[in-house]
Design a protein around this ligand. Structure first.
Ligand SMILES: [Zn+2]
Length: 118
């Protein structure tokens, strides 16, 4: 039995550290910190867990269960990553919202799929 809490460390590492890496990879210098905090803010989609009973269940796959983790929602997040914001004259940080949300979903997925149940 492994008593070291790797699963939450990886989970929160991905939630907090990975957006930093993404901000440095995908955004120009003067936008990086804004992009980072926008991506951190996308964790607010976990508020949809408050609609579930129990609110948190480590053995439940959040993807496809909670409304903001539904497949339709994920499709919208993917589109947000790909829109041509410059041409549309929409704010650039919407792409950070999309990247943050897609990465959030990947983090939740690996938490359930790679770490096993029970
Ligand atoms: Zn989530």
């Amino acid at each position: 039995m492994d008593i070291f809490p790797w699963r939450p460390i990886v989970h929160y590492g991905l939630h907090f550290a990975a957006p930093l890496l993404l901000a440095f990879l995908f955004f120009r210098k003067e936008r990086r910190w804004t992009a980072y905090f926008v991506m951190i803010a996308t964790m607010l989609i976990d508020l949809d867990h408050l609609l579930a009973d129990p609110v948190y269940d480590p053995d439940r796959m959040s993807i496809g269960f909670h409304p903001l983790h539904s497949y339709v929602a994920i499709a919208v997040y993917a589109v947000l990553c790909l829109l041509p914001y410059e041409k549309l004259h929409w704010p650039w940080w919407l792409r950070a919202v999309g990247i943050g949300l897609v990465f959030h979903i990947l983090t939740d997925w690996q938490d359930y799929a790679l770490w096993g149940v029970g």
